[in-house]
Design a protein around this ligand. Sequence first.
Ligand code: PFF
Length: 409
Amino acid sequence: MAMVGSAVGLGNIWRFPYMVGEHGGAAFIIVYLICCFIVSLPIFFAEAVIGKSTHKDTFGAIEELVPGSKVKNIGYLPILASFIILSFYSVVGGWSLDYLIRALAGGFNGRSIAEAKEIFAGVSSSPLENVSCMLVFLGVTALIVVAGVNKGIGRFSKYSIPVLFLMMVGMAIFSVRLPGAGKGVEYLLRPDFSKLNGKAVAAALGQSFFSLSLGVGTILTYASYMREEESILRTGWWTAIFDTIFAIIAGFAIMPAVFAAGIEPSAGPSLVFETLPVIFSKLGFLLPVIFFIAILIAALSSSISMLEVVVTWLVDQKKTSRGRASLVVFLCAAILGTLCALVPRVFGVCDFVSSNVLMMIGALVFAMIVGWKIPRERVMELIPSRFFYMLIRHVVPIMILAIAITNLL
Ligand code: PFF
């Protein structure tokens, strides 16, 4: 459930539905599924094999598997990526918290989209509001991690993810029954194969990567806590299936409501913080409240996995306590998060570098280690599937290089 929590996040809610609509509806979903199960799932398995076979943090695991060489220093990159993503993700987490409070106070009632745009511009440019909400979000993340892997991360995920799922299903049922919602359903589902070009495939691959939290050590770190009898294959399949189903349900919660209100669909902050609060508040007090609680849970269950990567590294390598490590990472992420909150350019650079460069390098390294370094028999013990072993060894490295080049271009 913790792995599902890491996977299910803002990416599912604010990027996937728009991407589907823009790149050919059901046709894009088919491409996404192929990318997810042929490229991303094998990377998930590779990361989990490294974690489960070493029971170490990201750096320690790579050091054990590629000993005595400079290559081991590559292990710092996923940890750095997790830290960077945590910092800018917390800014968005902070906005969600801010918006939940506004929704509880009925702050969107009777507002127009133009007014909502002004509110968002005010929130995102107000240093005090922006930074304080980010700090609270980051603080809650740290408190969950301090409580421990079982009592903090495990317990939070076990209870909050099913609730999140139910909330989204409820919103989707509500949304598709609105008058005029049919166009939104059509936007999501009508297959348009003419829109399937190289760009759509690269978008599908990049999205499935980000959505499964790959290449930054979260899956590796969580897998390092797996028991011998727990199956990597089963965990990976469930995570990917659940993550995809959640993204599709989020699409049904969002797009039909957007079309029913006669508004052009969009993605990212403008969808979540400008369009949706206005649309949902027209439909009752509860809907925006539920929506922002859902966003908060989705963001928190992802941010704890990023913090855990860095904390596990500090605990294992620097021999600090979990509490002290969490405090140190909290303070450092608070500094970078403040910069991201105050300087949009820093936010943009952090997003670009972590998703387009560091994640790709991390995923490539994990696939190469499992495909070419760990003895085949050992890998087959952990993931008894010749097909997935072949994908990790040959297909994944080529595909990662292809996406990296496409994204950079
Ligand atoms: N999978 C998360 C999402 O879809 O929003 C994003 C994410 C979480 C990326 C954790 C990286 C990570 F380590």
